[in-house]
Design a binder for this molecule. Structure first.
Ligand code: GLY
Length: 314
């Protein structure tokens, strides 16, 4: 690591009990994917790429891997359709872009970035977001890109049980402690000390049409401010929205002068105490220090702190 290689990077692929990761092969599949994507992000940052580029590219790669609940691996709603949410935020300017309830787009996080850079708005939803995608020349992908056998079977199970499931966990676990709350996210700190965050999700299995979770909501599922930190969350979206948890963690750093570790711990306490919230988050502070926290048993995540070795964890 050179003296200037102070970049840091964190990514996540969902929180929960992860009881579906019962065999070694599945576990290795998750860990390999996280490791590969971290190393890609490292290259971006080592070559002088911005935190925003690293966060967007890592989030896009997570969206491209069907084991995660985002992009091509998105879960299905009550009508059997994909409705994805995503957001990205630039800590240099507090610039933000978000899309909600969209389908037919391979990388919602890239469309969110276009909302930030090519429109005067922060969030576009449903048909309006799709019209904007066409305006920007973003290619549509066919329905077959999303509908995996696993996702169809998962929806069938959830319908049978008249339940909503928050990700591809076993049906008997749905809407209880033992489930995986799918979402993907990336936060980055570049060699110039800039922060960025990105979050993307297919949401909840069997969710109502039009339901939007925390992922595209600035301050809930995503936040980045060079003065404080970058945050991406994963969990039961309604609880993260009600606690505005990403901005709350940023405020802890700003007002109480905490570091990433302390602010994340305070955020987890707050989430638990106020709403018994289920999920987790990744945080990089304004010195590039990495921290993660969760109220669930596990969270798939990994990090590179200050240009060091990649660490991957459940
Ligand atoms: N955290 C993802 C969702 O609730 O949609």
């Amino acid at each position: 690591m050179t003296a200037t290689a102070r970049y840091s990077l964190m990514i996540h692929g969902g929180a929960g009990a992860l009881d579906n990761v019962k065999d070694q092969k599945t576990a290795v599949r998750y860990l390999d994917s996280v490791q590969r994507i971290l190393e890609h992000g490292r290259e971006v940052l080592e070559l002088g790429g911005s935190a925003l580029q690293a966060a967007e590219q890592c989030a896009s790669l997570l969206e491209d891997d069907p084991i995660f609940n985002a992009g091509c691996g998105s879960v299905l709603n009550e009508d059997g359709h994909v409705e994805m949410d995503a957001a990205i935020m630039d800590g240099r300017t507090l610039g933000a872009g978000a899309v909600a309830a969209i389908d037919g787009i391979a990388n919602p996080v890239q469309l969110a970035r276009l909302v930030m850079t090519e429109s005067e708005h922060v969030m576009l939803i449903a048909d309006g977001a799709m019209r904007f995608a066409d305006h920007c020349g973003v290619e549509r992908v066919p329905a077959s890109y999303f509908y995996t056998e696993d996702r169809i079977a998962q929806l069938k199970e959830a319908r049978l049980r008249h339940k909503m499931m928050l990700d591809h966990e076993s049906p008997e676990d749905c809407v209880c402690e033992d489930q995986k709350y799918g979402t993907i996210g990336a936060v980055a700190y570049d060699m110039e000390g800039n922060l960025a965050a990105a979050t993307s999700t297919g949401g909840i299995v069997n969710k109502r049409q039009g339901r939007v979770g925390d992922s595209p909501i600035v301050g809930a599922g995503v936040y980045a401010d060079n003065e404080t930190c970058a945050v991406s969350t994963t969990g039961y979206g309604e609880e993260f929205m009600r606690t505005v948890i990403a901005k709350t963690i940023s405020d802890f750093i700003y007002m109480k002068e905490l570091d990433a570790e302390e602010a994340t711990r305070a955020g987890i306490d707050y989430l638990r105490r106020k709403v018994n919230g289920r999920g987790g988050m990744i945080v990089i502070d304004n010195q590039g220090r990495c921290a993660s926290g969760m109220t669930t048993k596990k969270m798939i995540h990994g990090w590179i702190e200050h240009g060091g070795e990649a660490v991957v964890r459940f």
